[in-house]
Design a protein around this ligand. Structure first.
Ligand code: BGC
Length: 756
């Protein structure tokens, strides 16, 4: 009876979906039957927003193009009033009155900015990550936006790459969970005007740029691609992402923008993607520089490979008609792309109500609200990673005198971090403001800048070229340090807010040296010499090489770029109102030479013995051990968690049986806290070489001081699957090691034999 009921519901839902799709298809077929070739090509054009002023939208250059039916959508334009004015031109003055789609880079929040994505991923809290996307969607949609160029799910194992800041780190499983949570948070089911369309990017392998240099070549085996880089994009597609943005880089010698294998064979045929594909900014035109031909040639290549919308460069707009005449593209290819763009507008409800996202009343009550700021503050605190805390220096007392130093201590502009286009920097909370508010009159906070961002003012200029520049202090390093030492001498503890500026991270911000810039290091060295306890509050958009700091500074709290509420959240954690629980989603190397360094590497035929630095004729370096400074999954707490009693429900299994792995987690410390319990598996023998361990599950558990809990994971053969050398996705019988722990290095393990 129950089965019958479930089947009936499934049947009913399938009929509903089918009839909704049929309705949409009929509507679009009818509309397209009225469209000219030019109007169809116009739908594929996504120019930048240009010169639009609300009162004169119709007469602007873009306005004229819209009236002629030459624009499918616009991006990076905001406010409901402005977007209404532009939409009005489209639906009142263009021949077929087709609404535009309005996109924006809403990457980690809108006006209420959340931590940078790399930071968010360190919360390992899918609810919080989904909430951050939900809040971002609500705020953006209140300002007229219905499409976001997010989530960015590029796996990155090279911290030199500036855009590692925009992704979720090095792991495929964690990255895939986050991809799903983000899509869910943005899109819901599109029924409400607070749901916006996601655009998963940058498809594909953008994060594997050679040498970590942005836009550089990517080349890798298909086995690696499918096992280690593609799954997060697929997870976003499976979660229903409405659109995909392709990447700038080439894959297998063909730029992603013209890569039929990626866009048609994998994305559409294998994964069943039904949405539309957009290029990245001038991605089509850049194929001229890649060496694939002139604008007409590359535009035709892009369309044929699977691009539906052309961002900024207008290659489609200016050449497709000619290419059709010359037989270089087909009518069916243009029709197909046009249909997919129109379908996105239909799904968003824009044909029913082109002004669905243009409710001018919403902005004042839905953007940057106290409730959203509170959420951002709580989430930010959960993303910070306590890297070191010798002698429990942290948390600090809200009494005595604190010396606050460093170029990032009194700076609002840099708190939101890269990609915060809608942020109002003046309203973000600096470290000094956050600390002062937290201590009130109970403690004294003395401030000195202590150093510039870097000694090299040209570097500073390059790093500050795109917004958020850094005001340079004209004093010498010596003078700045002396001032810092003088307030340090009057204080009980020194808090040094140091690291990268926001613009040293993100797009076009690769670094070949990933240490804390020299001027700040000089400051840290001088502070350490005082003998006073020093706490680093570390700002960064990438894993840094901070071996010296780890060896010499007693406490390090990594705060990424925490968003609008950074200063409050930093104070919450520094003073212990919040117990830190973030865990790294990347490996932190000792130096640049070790890169790429990631936990789920292969064993090689000549691995080093455990705990050994160097053995001749083994896979290692003469001048540095193979160890990271901090492993993937690592992060401390103000309390202590211990793991004991790992148990496997069986040591030999068959077929689709399930394995339960349990461990006892105990909070041995004096404070309540949250711990991310991580499950790793190693497939000991395979038809291809397998990683030394792979994350397969995690749970974030809250335990009161002194409390214990049994944490259990269910493992099925699905968790053992991988792509073999024929790219067949399956599992292979054999022995597996199951590991559970608080990071990828320190684990308890058990062994199981699993036969088919
Ligand atoms: C970036 C994308 C972004 C696009 C639109 C490009 O430069 O690579 O991530 O979505 O610009 O602003």
């Amino acid at each position: 009876m129950k089965k019958f009921f479930v089947l009936s519901i499934c049947f009913f839902l399938a009929v509903q979906v089918f009839s909704q799709d049929a309705k949409m298809n009929a509507f679009i077929t009818n509309l397209m039957s009225k469209m000219t070739l030019d109007e169809k090509i116009g739908q594929l054009n996504l120019p930048g927003s240009g010169d639009i002023v609300t009162g004169q939208a119709s007469n602007s250059d873009i306005g004229k193009k819209i009236k002629e039916g030459n624009v499918g959508g616009l991006f990076n334009i905001k406010t409901a009033a402005k977007i209404r004015a532009v939409q009005k031109v489209a639906v009142e003055q263009s021949r077929l009155k087709i609404p535009l789609i309005f996109g924006m880079d809403v990457i980690h929040g809108y006006e209420t900015v959340f931590p940078i994505p790399l930071g968010l991923s360190c919360s390992w809290d899918m609810k919080e990550i989904e909430t951050s996307a939900r809040v971002a969607a609500t705020e953006a949609s209140a300002d007229g936006i219905c499409w976001t160029f997010s989530p960015m799910v590029d796996i990155a194992r090279d911290p030199r790459w500036g855009r590692i800041a925009e992704g979720n780190g090095e792991d495929v499983y964690l990255g895939s969970q986050i991809a799903k949570a983000m899509v869910k948070g943005y899109q819901g089911d599109f029924s409400k005007n607070t749901n916006i369309m996601a655009c998963v990017k940058h498809y594909a392998m953008y994060g594997a740029a050679e040498g970590g240099r942005d836009y550089n070549t990517t080349d890798m085996s298909r086995v690696r691609m499918f096992n280690e880089y593609l799954p997060p994009y697929k997870a976003a597609v499976d979660a229903g992402a409405g659109s995909v943005m392709v990447s700038f880089n080439e894959v297998d010698g063909i730029p992603a923008t013209a890569n039929k294998f990626l866009m048609t064979d994998v994305l559409r045929k294998q994964w069943g993607f039904k949405g539309f594909v957009v290029t990245d900014y001038t991605g089509t035109n850049e194929m001229i520089e890649h060496g694939l031909g002139d604008l007409q040639t590359v535009s035709a290549l892009a369309l044929k490979a699977g691009i539906d919308m052309d961002m900024v460069g207008e290659g489609f707009l200016t050449t497709l008609k000619k290419s059709l005449k010359e037989g270089r593209v087909t009518q069916a290819q243009i029709d197909n792309a046009c249909r997919l763009v129109l379908e996105a507008k239909y799904k968003l409800g824009l044909f029913d109500n082109p002004y669905k996202y243009c409710d001018e009343k919403r902005a004042s009550s839905e953007i940057f609200t106290d409730a959203n700021k509170k959420t951002a503050r709580e989430i930010a605190a959960d993303c910070f990673v306590l890297l070191k805390n010798q002698n429990n220096i942290l948390p600090l007392k809200k009494s005595g005198t604190i010396a606050l130093v460093g170029p990032l201590a009194d700076n609002k502009e840099n708190m939101p971090g890269t990609w915060s286009v809608a942020a109002n920097f003046e309203k973000s909370i600096s470290v000094i403001d956050g600390l002062k508010e937290a201590v009130g009159s109970n403690a004294k906070i003395l401030y000195a800048k202590g150093s510039n961002l870097d000694n090299d003012s040209l570097f500073e200029q390059r790093a500050g070229m795109f917004g958020k520049s850094f005001a340079r202090d004209g004093r010498t390093n010596e003078q700045l340090i002396q001032e810092a030492l003088s307030i340090a001498s009057q204080s009980d503890v020194i808090v040094a807010a140091v690291g990268e500026s926001a613009e040293m991270t993100g797009e076009s911000s690769s670094r070949s040296n990933i240490e804390i810039p020299e001027a700040q290091k000089e400051l840290l060295k001088a502070l350490i010499k005082t003998g006073k306890p020093v706490v680093i509050v570390l700002f960064t958009g990438r894993p840094l090489a901070i071996k010296w700091e780890n060896d010499n500074v007693p406490a390090i709290l990594n705060v990424w770029f925490g968003g609008s509420e950074a200063g409050h959240a930093i104070a919450d954690v520094l003073f212990g109102d919040v117990n830190p629980s973030g865990k790294l989603s990347t490996t932190w190397p000792q130096n640049v030479g070790q890169i790429p360094l990631y936990y789920n590497h292969k064993n090689t035929g000549r691995p080093l013995a455990d705990g050994v630095w160097f053995q001749k004729f083994r896979s290692n370096y003469l001048d540095v051990s193979n160890d990271p400074v901090y492993p993937f999954g690592y992060g401390l707490s103000y309390t202590n968690f211990s793991y004991s009693d790992l148990k496997l429900s069986s040591t030999s299994l068959k077929g689709n049986e399930k394995l339960t792995a349990t461990v006892t987690l105990t909070n041995n410390g004096m404070k309540d806290g949250k711990e991310v319990v991580q499950l790793y598996i190693r497939d000991l023998v395979g038809s291809i070489t397998r990683p030394v361990k792979e994350l397969k599950g995690f749970q974030k558990i809250f335990l009161k001081a002194g409390e214990s809990k049994t944490v259990s994971f269910t493992i099925t053969p699905d968790d053992l699957k991988f792509y073999n050398s024929d790219l067949k996705y399956d599992w292979e019988a054999g022995d597996f090691v199951v590991m559970i722990g608080g990071n990828s290095r320190d684990v308890k393990s058990g062994k199981v034999n699993w036969l088919k």
